[in-house]
Ligand binder design. Structure first.
Ligand SMILES: [Zn+2]
Length: 116
């Protein structure tokens, strides 16, 4: 991964964090925007534990934690390397899904595990 790509990812993540903080804030104040429900990506690690009406705040906080971890990952020596197999994760993949620190193969395997 080039420095330029890393900077681009960081700005994407920081924008997303800012968006989530606003989202959490507006929901905490009771000004829930139902339409935003659909914009919170389904968290694949949390698929089994979501309540009937998935809490936007819970989802957002989980994503915030993951985004913060990705930021740390971007600063680490393992930047751009899959957390499971240490193969390079494609830049396009990270851009479209910044909370993922797994390559395509490992993501598929993980989804397969969850579906078992
Ligand atoms: Zn992998």
């Amino acid at each position: 991964m080039t420095d330029k790509e890393r900077e681009e990812l960081k700005s994407i993540i920081l924008q997303r964090i800012e968006f989530l903080l606003v989202l959490i804030d507006s929901n905490a104040c009771g000004n829930a925007h139902p339409v935003l429900d659909n914009q919170v990506p389904v968290n694949m690690f949390d698929a089994g534990t979501r309540g009937p009406k998935s809490s936007v705040i819970d989802q957002s906080e989980i994503e915030l934690t993951q985004l913060t971890r990705t930021l740390t990952w971007l600063e680490s020596a393992h930047v751009g390397l899959c957390e499971r197999c240490k193969q390079a994760v494609s830049f396009e993949r990270m851009k479209s899904n910044p909370v993922s620190r797994l390559c395509d193969t490992c993501t598929e395997q993980q989804l397969g595990d969850l579906n078992d």
